[in-house]
Design a protein. Structure first.
Length: 314
């Protein structure tokens, strides 16, 4: 005779088995999605990748010529509608926040990081030839009150939820292309991203400003005028007394390569933060009375740091 207690026990066991099976199935689907290649025309694969990505992350740029779909930064939202409680608690403990309220003083100690905002973006690459490989690369960033722009989270700072969201987009793409999928006979090559630049030489300035300074130096050294132009403000001051103009500045700098070399040199000499939205390079430009050498200024314009001036003289 089956008692009510036994029936409840059997029901709970059945629920556990179903949940375990679902978990295994989900892991199996993720593994299959990661190992799949797609035997279809490039246009079919690309259109389905674009559709799957835009459904989850609608703000994006696509480049069918290169086979890349890149999303903008999207704010990460959790089921509670707030920041991930686990991430908040971990950050608060690391910062020494009094989570118990034992002091009874809301103004004592550090403030909780719950008012920070987390963001995510993806680059989806379609590579090889038929059958096509699809690889999803995700990045996370964090914005704190008072910062002009978010800071990317790398290495040990990478949030625990990032791999799961990468898997989520990978599976979403796989489901759209499942009828064309087959398991790769060879291990799929990983996309190795370029190592982040060393930002230490640029001084104790906001990380986004240091990243722009490093990008400018790299653009100068590689003669990448297109990238350099994107990092220069439209009304950059390039000559004292002359109207600000990025096009005029680039024309003059390209005609005098020693000027571009000086720009890279001054940025490498380090920078000094005049405020949260403005830095000057080198520090001597603002710290040395009567300084008349080259000086560069980086400032926040809109939602990005830009080179707003590079002049010589006082």
């Amino acid at each position: 005779m089956v008692t009510r207690r036994h029936a409840i026990t059997l029901a709970l066991a059945l629920v556990a088995l179903v949940a375990a099976a679902a978990g295994c199935q989900n892991k199996h689907e993720i593994r299959t999605a990661k190992q799949s290649v797609y035997d279809a025309d490039f246009a079919v694969v690309y259109s389905e990748v674009l559709a799957a990505t835009s459904e989850l992350y609608p703000n994006l740029d696509d480049n069918p010529t290169e086979g890349v779909v890149s999303t903008a930064w999207h704010q990460v939202r959790f089921s509670t509608g707030a920041d991930d409680p686990r991430s908040v608690q971990q950050r608060d403990r690391a910062l020494g926040v009094d989570q118990t309220g034992a002091t009874g003083n809301p103004f004592a100690g550090r403030t909780s990081t719950a008012n920070k905002r987390l963001f995510i973006r993806f680059d989806v690459y379609i590579t090889g030839g038929r059958p096509w490989r699809v690889r999803v690369v995700g990045k996370a960033s964090e914005w704190e009150p008072g910062n002009a722009v978010p800071s990317e989270l790398r290495g040990a700072a990478t949030p625990h939820w990032l791999p799961g969201r990468i898997d989520g987009l990978t599976v979403a793409i796989y489901r759209r292309l499942k009828k064309y999928a087959k398991l790769s006979e060879q291990p799929l090559p990983e996309i190795v991203e370029e190592a982040p630049p060393d930002l230490a030489p640029y001084g104790p300035i906001p990380v986004p400003a240091a990243e722009v300074a490093a990008a400018i130096v790299k653009a100068v050294e590689t003669r990448d005028v297109e990238t350099l132009r994107a990092l220069v403000d439209d009304e950059v001051v390039w000559s004292l007394g002359a109207p600000g103009s990025a096009d005029a500045a680039l024309a003059m700098w390209q005609a005098a390569p020693e000027t571009l070399a000086a720009l890279a040199t001054q940025l490498r000499a380090g920078c000094r933060a005049e405020s949260d939205v403005k830095v000057s390079c080198p520090p001597a430009a603002t710290e040395t009375p009567g300084y008349v050498g080259w000086r560069a200024t980086l400032e926040v314009r809109g939602d990005a740091w830009k080179l707003t001036s590079f002049v010589e003289g006082d």
